[in-house]
Design a protein around this ligand. Structure first.
Ligand SMILES: CC(=O)SCCNC(=O)CCNC(=O)[C@H](O)C(C)(C)COP(=O)(O)OP(=O)(O)OC[C@H]1O[C@@H](n2cnc3c(N)ncnc32)[C@H](O)[C@@H]1OP(=O)(O)O
Length: 213
């Protein structure tokens, strides 16, 4: 039986724990950098500490770094996890989704309940596709991207590394969203969004530039 350790012990990590319950995957524990969290029990699952605390489990467990929604935090967790020689988990895919066999999904990524991913879609590593997300044909989604619940992506959309697509946003066909950009909840992305930008509204416009994480 697969045994998973989840980075993070907050709301999203608890949702992944539930996803694992639905998939029949065992969760050995959560990791959390806050010292006060170590030893706590969250939804019946122990908070184990950080990577040095689970050294003895190295050959038994697979790590999920996408237990937090923040793409930069996911990237930092993934870096340390791989540097320490732990295995990244194969994708976690909820049993109640629709997914073409011609799609590819990278290690450490997850697809939550109700998502529909049509044809020829490429999803990178440590990507979160949250509940009821619609991804249309030929989308290319980079590593560490987070897509919040209820997002709709039309065909041929490209989202580069580390971008965050806020809850309920929609993206027009062929649009390109640059790396580490943020799309506000409820936006309609009509035009390309540059890298390191926050865009929001209907239609979405760039509201501010963001620092490189
Ligand atoms: C299970 C879960 O909980 S998953 C999590 C789901 N949550 C989300 O998806 C959160 C989405 N987050 C947002 O939409 C946020 O507003 C963000 C991240 C886009 C922006 O947050 P901040 O950086 O704090 O933005 P800030 O408050 O500085 O706003 C900057 C400008 O953008 C506007 N703005 C911010 N968000 C939006 C939005 N969603 N739609 C329209 N305008 C927006 C503000 O009104 C402000 O406009 P102004 O400069 O004309 O006054």
């Amino acid at each position: 039986m697969r045994k998973i350790v989840i980075w993070g012990a907050g709301g999203h990590a608890r949702e992944i724990n539930w996803l694992c319950e639905e998939m029949g995957v065992q969760v050995a524990g959560f990791l959390d950098e806050r010292p006060e969290m170590k030893g706590q029990i969250v939804n019946g699952v122990p908070v184990l500490g950080t990577l040095p605390d689970i050294e003895a489990l190295k050959d038994e467990v697979e790590l999920i770094c996408a237990g937090v929604g923040d793409p930069a935090l996911k990237k930092r967790f993934a870096y340390h996890t791989m540097q320490s020689g732990f295995r990244i988990a194969a994708p976690l895919i909820h049993p109640r989704i629709r997914l073409s066999p011609r799609n590819t999904i990278g290690e450490g990524s997850m697809v939550c309940e109700g998502a529909i991913l049509t044809d020829n879609i490429k999803i990178g590593q440590h990507v979160i596709i949250n509940r009821s997300v619609n991804v249309s044909h030929d989308a290319v989604i980079g590593d560490y991207v987070t897509i919040a619940p209820g997002v709709n992506l039309a065909g041929n959309v490209t989202i580069d590394e580390g971008a965050y697509i806020g809850i309920g946003a929609s993206v027009r066909e062929k649009c390109h969203i640059g790396c580490w950009s943020i799309i506000g909840g409820g936006a309609f992305v009509r035009d390309d969004v540059p890298e390191f930008a926050m865009a929001a509204g209907v239609p979405a416009v760039v509201k501010k530039r963001l620092d490189i994480p």
